[in-house]
Design a protein around this ligand. Structure first.
Ligand SMILES: [Zn+2]
Length: 350
């Protein structure tokens, strides 16, 4: 073929394909904005319902969507537990805070019929509640990203309180419940496998604990298996085994990355890999709950158990303000009474 002919053919092909690609991209963006998740992995691809309604219609919730609790209130739930009197026959307050990173709300569907999943097991003792990430529009919005979201739960405020505006930020000296409770004599542990938590965000907290001799162990694990064994070590208490306060902390905080990891790799939503991440988190989470119930000291302990996520996701990412990213959930073994105090909780306003 002559050079000029070749050029002509290429030009004609480009003329045909560029408009087709443009139309497809526009259609995809349009559907996404309209909240139709079929192309982006909702569990009900036939449905024309908007995402929040799809989640609401699972019928597993103990609050309504318009009573969704800000993730900042997690701080209050933990502190209220320690500030309330010990129930009859109990001698110690304990909390397990189990974080499933990037576990989108529609990934509750594959486990909602399974009473042995960690989330549904805990819901059966207390409740499952709508929560939200990402701050408050027009007031104090923050990215639906890992660092600001967990920090909001740990400190009880949005970025105005803790200063973690996004991933890649070091927190300020706003106290986490781990630090506050350690100052009151409760040993704590913080176990994660996302390097940035200890490499950057919580650096001031680790230094503070070292300087002041606070009983908090900050532990970096290489992956979820490593995290799992470390948390088992904290929680197991066989009969006759003596453990120090630090080996047997009152406050156990950790995160599993199964879902976030698979969401970034394969997409958040209805694909086998993402669903497998949700199943793995629940499977290992339930083993951890079994370990608590098998403690030789369990009968005398008052446990608050929380399982929650930091954000959802859309496509292969998160950080934005779409409902798929903002909408989160909380399972707890203690029933919550949803008061205005919970719905408006923000430590930065105190
Ligand atoms: Zn995350």
């Amino acid at each position: 073929m002559e050079k000029t002919k070749k050029k002509k053919v290429i030009k004609t092909l480009l003329k045909i394909f560029i408009p087709i690609i443009a139309v497809l991209v526009a259609l995809a963006i349009g559907l996404q904005i309209a909240g139709f998740g079929a192309l982006f992995g909702q569990y009900d691809p036939q449905s024309s319902k908007k995402y929040p309604q799809v989640i609401e219609d699972y019928g597993i919730w103990d609050n309504s969507l318009d009573q969704a609790i800000p993730q900042t209130a997690l701080y209050k739930i933990v502190m209220d537990h320690f500030n309330s009197p010990l129930p009859e026959g109990k001698t110690a307050k304990k909390v397990l805070f189990m974080g499933f990173d990037g576990y989108r709300a529609d990934a509750l569907k594959p486990i909602m019929e399974d009473p042995d999943s960690a989330i549904m097991y805990i819901k059966s003792q207390g409740g499952l509640y709508h929560t939200y990430s990402g701050g408050i529009s027009g007031e104090c919005e923050q990215p639906t990203s890992t660092a600001p979201s967990w920090c909001s739960m740990l400190t009880g405020g949005w970025k105005a309180l803790h200063g973690v505006e996004n991933n890649g930020f070091e927190k300020n000296d706003a106290e986490t419940f781990l630090t506050t409770l350690a100052k009151q004599g409760h040993a704590g542990s913080f176990t994660i496998s996302w390097r940035e938590h200890l490499g950057l965000t919580y650096r001031p907290d680790v230094a503070l604990a070292i300087r002041e001799g606070l009983p908090i162990e900050y532990k970096y694990c290489v992956d979820d298996s490593d995290t799992y064994y470390q948390v088992l070590k904290y929680l197991a208490h066989p009969a006759g085994k003596e453990k120090t306060a630090q080996e047997d902390p009152d406050v156990v905080f950790f995160t599993f990355e199964f879902t976030d990891h698979n969401g970034h790799l394969y997409g958040f939503g209805n694909n086998n890999n993402y669903t497998q991440g949700a199943l793995d988190a629940n499977f290992f989470g339930k083993k951890i709950l079994d370990t608590i119930e098998a403690r030789s000291t369990y009968a005398k302990e008052d446990w608050l158990i929380i399982i929650t996520s930091d954000h959802g996701g859309t496509g292969h990412a998160h950080g934005g303000q779409s409902q798929m990213e903002r909408q989160t959930w909380l399972a707890t073994n203690k029933k919550l009474e949803i008061t205005d105090e919970y719905l408006n909780f923000d430590n930065s306003k105190k």
